[in-house]
Design a protein around this ligand. Structure first.
Ligand code: APR
Length: 230
């Protein structure tokens, strides 16, 4: 039975692919106000603006590639039962070849009925425009968790963390809950690793690789593969 490696990723793992993070100096929340583009109220107030914000981010997604950070995580799958819990709405983990990816905040490549959260359709790189309808006849909206909305995948994510034999945090400022609270489900004594060029306050013993994902993830992966090969 392979040991479980649970990995929590954030915008930082996609930064070297060219997708800006949220809270770094050139971050997305420097260019847009959350309350204008990433809340349900914003969508009700100005649906075209919100749809266009996500259409632009979807277009960008198809101009970028996974980076070494995403690719290194795929190496682990030969030696461990790997589950990635990502806050990212991009599909770079999947395009790098990771097979178990749980999205906490939704996915750019999916849309859903305004009326039925469970009526989700794949849209790939297509835009969502006002007037585009879901199969139930309601307006299509991005399958994204906006601030203040429920995070349905937090429950399966917390169960994964409870079963971790190793836990890795990559490229997240741990600012946003409930995602940032997942680390508290990881049992005491489970070896934890952090890959981030900045210092991120984590309230438990954690092995820090203070580097970008493009070089730092390989160091953690090499160490875990060496442990599995003993
Ligand atoms: N490699 C690794 N980490 C990086 C890199 C890099 N090349 N560049 C930046 N980082 C780190 C930053 O130091 C920071 O700790 O990535 C983290 C990015 O933090 P945020 O911008 O806050 O992104 P994230 O933590 O994913 O935000 C969480 O907030 O806006 C919402 O829903 C949105 O999912 C997002 C959530």
């Amino acid at each position: 039975m392979k040991k479980k490696v649970i990995i929590l990723t954030g915008a930082g793992i996609s930064a070297e692919s060219g997708i800006s993070t949220f809270r770094d100096s050139d971050g997305l929340w420097e260019q847009y106000r959350v309350e204008d583009v990433a809340t349900h109220e914003a969508y009700v107030r100005n649906p075209a603006l919100v749809l266009n914000f996500y259409n632009e981010r979807r277009h960008q997604l198809y101009e970028v590639e996974p980076n070494e950070g995403h690719r290194q995580l795929v190496r682990l799958e030969k030696y461990y039962d790997v589950h990635i819990i990502t806050q990212n709405i991009d599909n770079l983990h999947e395009r790098a070849g990771s097979t178990n990816v749980l999205h906490l905040h939704g996915e750019l490549g999916k849309a859903r009925s305004e009326r039925d959260d469970n009526l989700i359709i794949e849209i790939g790189d297509r835009d969502i425009k006002l007037g585009d309808k879901a199969p139930d006849g309601a307006q299509l909206r991005p399958h994204i968790v906006w601030f203040g909305e429920a995070v349905p995948n937090i429950e399966p994510a917390s169960h994964l963390c409870e079963k971790a034999d190793y836990f890795i945090v990559i490229g997240t400022s741990m600012n946003v809950y409930p995602a940032a609270g997942l680390i508290h489900y990881v049992p005491r004594g489970v070896p934890c690793y952090l890959v981030d060029p900045k210092a991120v306050p984590i309230s438990r013993p954690i092995k820090i690789v203070q580097e970008k994902a493009g070089t730092g993830v390989k160091k953690v992966v090499d160490e875990l593969i060496a442990l599995a090969s003993k």
